[in-house]
Write a protein that binds this ligand. Structure first.
Ligand code: 13P
Length: 283
């Protein structure tokens, strides 16, 4: 069932768990995620970055892959097709027109007023079409920018102002996590999560969900995180498995066998994350 993120995140807020957001890169990963989430009866957010959209062929191709797999595999859990880190109003509009059910407009690199203005424009367009919107405040940063020291923690007053003026559906405040591989243990500001959640009453999103110790994730959920974004962890286990498979089977040339070598490892990680987030049987 293809849906937006409204109901699944509201339910997660009430139930104090988090919905997994897994990034996709191709048809196979999409299938693994859908099959495993169906098995675990969890709602899921399929996250697609602009880079992945270009890689996979375009907005319509992504929507076609997700929607058709949902039909062909008889997927009944709630599935959202979500633009991850939309960099412009135009990009969000194109996703919405193609059939995405949720978009993130990431204007966190701009000043607050510009961020608010861009988010407003996206919300106006999205809500008329039953599409939910996530925004970022502060700046999460990380491997996407080449370094990990560029985290700008969210300011409470900025978060309140953005939420009040834009009517977004979920908020990703920078609270100490970062994208990519961590150097050391991330310092998550739990008080910041808690106060932003209390003041805004919105489901909060934690980006950079790979490589964070389980206890930190659990505590973050207790304080108000209802969506965890996971990408790198899947990439690491998949490439490791495929590398080993190719080293051990140098006569194999069928791409289906090569790509499939990482399937079980990806599914194993998905299972672990679902258990950690507490979203099993919440579909
Ligand atoms: P990781 O790659 O660190 O898991 O982050 C994913 C993410 O936040 C996507 O928005």
């Amino acid at each position: 069932m293809i849906v937006n993120t409204k109901e699944m995140l509201e339910k997660a807020k009430i139930g104090k768990y988090a919905v997994p957001h897994f990034n996709i890169n191709n048809l196979e990963w999409t299938r693994y995620i859908l099959e495993e989430c169906q098995k675990k009866n969890t709602p899921v957010i399929i996250g697609v970055s602009e880079g992945a959209i270009t890689y996979m062929g375009g907005y319509h191709t992504v929507v076609g892959i997700v929607r058709n797999l949902v039909t062909d595999l008889n997927i009944t859990i709630p599935v959202a097709i979500h633009l991850d880190h939309g960099s412009s109003v135009e990009s969000c509009r194109r996703c919405i027109d193609a059939g995405f059910t949720s978009v993130m407009i990431d204007a966190s690199k701009y000043d607050l007023e510009t961020n608010i203005q861009m988010v407003k424009e996206v919300v106006e367009y999205a809500h008329l079409r039953n599409v939910t919107v996530e925004a970022e405040i502060g700046h999460v940063g990380g491997a996407e920018d080449g370094i990990q020291s560029d985290i700008a923690y969210a300011k409470l007053e900025d978060a309140i102002k953005l939420v009040k003026e834009t009517n977004i559906d979920s908020l990703a405040p920078a609270v100490g996590s970062a994208h990519g591989i961590y150097k050391g243990i991330p310092k998550i500001n739990y008080e910041l999560i808690e106060t932003i959640q209390k003041e805004t009453q919105l489901p909060l999103v934690l980006h950079g969900g790979s490589g964070i110790p389980d206890e930190i994730i659990k505590e973050s959920i207790q304080r108000g995180i209802n969506k965890l974004n996971i990408n790198t962890d899947l990439q690491i286990v998949w490439s490791k498995a495929v590398r080993t498979f190719l080293q051990e089977n140098d006569e194999v040339y069928d791409p289906r066998k090569v790509i499939k070598a990482g399937e079980l490892n990806i599914k194993e990680i998905i299972d672990k994350k679902i258990a950690l987030l507490g979203s099993e049987n919440q579909a």
